[in-house]
Write a protein that binds this ligand. Structure first.
Ligand SMILES: [Zn+2]
Length: 82
C-alpha cells in the first residue's frame, strides 16, 4: 500500500466526518427570557464541575437551562452486559 493510499484510508474513517466530531447544537424553539431573541440552542459545555448540557441564547449567551451531562463528555462508556 502506498503512503497516499494509506492517507486516503485514514480520510475515509468515520471519525473524520465533521458532523460526527463537531459539537451538536440543537435548535430549541422559544425565545430568550433575557433579550427576547428566538435563538435558543441546546449543546454540551465543559465547566469546572464537569459536563453540562445547556440551553443558551445564541444572541446574548444567557443560559436558559443547565443540566448535568455525561461525566466524560463525548466519551460515553457503554454498559457491558456480562
Ligand atoms: Zn438572549
Amino acid at each position: 500500500m502506498t503512503a497516499k493510499m494509506h492517507e486516503a484510508n485514514l480520510m475515509a474513517g468515520p471519525w473524520t466526518d465533521p458532523d460526527e466530531c463537531a459539537p451538536i447544537k440543537e435548535a430549541v424553539s422559544g425565545s430568550c427570557s433575557q433579550c427576547g431573541a428566538a435563538a435558543l440552542a441546546r449543546y454540551p459545555v465543559l465547566s469546572a464541575d464537569g459536563w453540562f448540557e445547556v440551553v443558551k441564547c445564541q444572541t446574548c449567551l444567557h443560559s436558559e437551562s443547565r443540566a448535568p451531562w455525561n461525566r466524560l463528555g463525548w466519551i460515553v462508556v457503554p454498559e457491558v452486559d456480562v
